[in-house]
Design a binder for this molecule. Structure first.
Ligand code: NAP
Length: 296
């Protein structure tokens, strides 16, 4: 396939490299100016792929979008005119809310959503470290996207394990629930994920989960507080030595994905008339931190 990866950061480079090695014609769209960019995963051979190549974009069968959630709409708006209406668009990032934006921006394109648990870290401008083997779920967001199940095979062949999920929004909600519990707290307190197992965070986590489970149920996602709590503590334990992406964003004074994690939850809670004092307070706290950099 002719594949373009928009946003070759850690995750995007891992996928661009893997899809290239699987035999596809891969190019990238980035904020860099050079016509070619080198890519390397771990110590595997360096490859060179075309960058910001208009014809590749115009002829793309599939556009894999791996910019962070806050950049998705803006990144796609700038190249919208060049995307063929048949090009399959796959959004792969943490958080929710971009699918609504993109289905308005590109109403005719098959739209797919993906969530991955692979770990990737950029060690230099060309090298990405594949820090954790994971799996990826993918599913259709609109009618035409739901007919693109074959993409699962394409992705699985490149970077296993990939599964089609006909209820991809449920998977994204379950990921969002974990992110709502782990990301703001680790970012505010600048702690490792594992430190959330300490007893003094239990009350906050319990309150977050109570609110999230109500919103999920109102959205038609069946889950109990007990199920969510068990999943969240499992992730806290399994990723105990990791820093969350929001902890890292706040540490490096980068815009976080809070609008598409807790912010999305609050938006849906408001639509359903559900009160979310704990998540609202966490949202405001992260926003205040981000605002403080602007005034520094
Ligand atoms: N890293 C992981 O292990 C991991 C695992 C699971 C999920 N995720 C999620 O995956 C998403 C991507 O994460 P990441 O770690 O890959 O982030 P990242 O390394 O920051 O990659 C994002 C890339 O998008 C580029 N970008 C931003 N705006 C752009 C634009 N307008 N046009 C083209 N490129 C643009 C950035 O360019 P610059 O380099 O110029 O900033 C950067 O290279 C996030 O939602 C993250 O939460 C990450």
């Amino acid at each position: 396939m002719n594949i373009v990866v928009l946003g070759p950061g850690a995750v995007g480079s891992l996928w661009a490299y893997s899809l290239h090695q699987a035999g596809h014609s891969v190019s990238v769209y980035s904020r860099r100016q050079s016509p070619f960019i080198p890519l390397q995963v771990d110590q595997h051979p360096i490859i060179s792929v075309q960058n910001n190549h208009l014809d590749s974009l115009r002829n793309a069968d599939l556009l894999l979008v791996t910019v962070k959630a806050p950049q998705v709409a803006q990144a796609l708006t700038s190249i919208k005119q060049e995307i063929d209406a048949d090009c399959i668009v796959v959004l792969m990032h943490n958080g929710m809310g971009t699918a609504e934006q993109i289905s308005q921006l590109l109403p005719n394109n098959p739209l797919l959503l993906a969530t991955t648990t692979h770990g990737a870290l950029r060690s230099s401008s060309e090298q990405v470290l594949h820090t954790g083997l994971g799996s990826t779920q993918i599913g259709g967001y609109n009618q035409t996207g739901m007919q693109c199940q074959f993409v699962t095979e394409v992705f699985h062949h490149a970077l296993a394990h990939v599964e089609w999920n006909s209820q991809i929004l449920n998977a994204l909600w379950n990921k969002l629930a974990i992110n709502c519990a782990i990301n703001p707290l680790t970012a505010i307190h600048q702690i490792y994920n594992g430190q959330l197992a300490e007893p003094h965070y239990a009350e906050a986590i319990h309150a977050i989960i109570g609110e999230v489970s109500q919103v999920m149920n109102a959205e038609g996602v069946e889950v109990t507080e007990q199920q969510l709590e068990a999943r969240i503590y499992h992730v806290i334990e399994a990723t105990a030595k990791n820093h969350s992406s929001m902890q890292q964003d706040i540490f490096h004074q980068r815009q976080s994905e809070i609008d598409f994690i807790t912010g999305y939850l609050l938006q849906k809670a408001q639509q359903h008339g559900i009160s979310t004092p704990t998540n609202s307070a966490l949202f405001k706290h992260i926003k205040q931190i981000e605002q403080s950099w602007i005034h520094e």
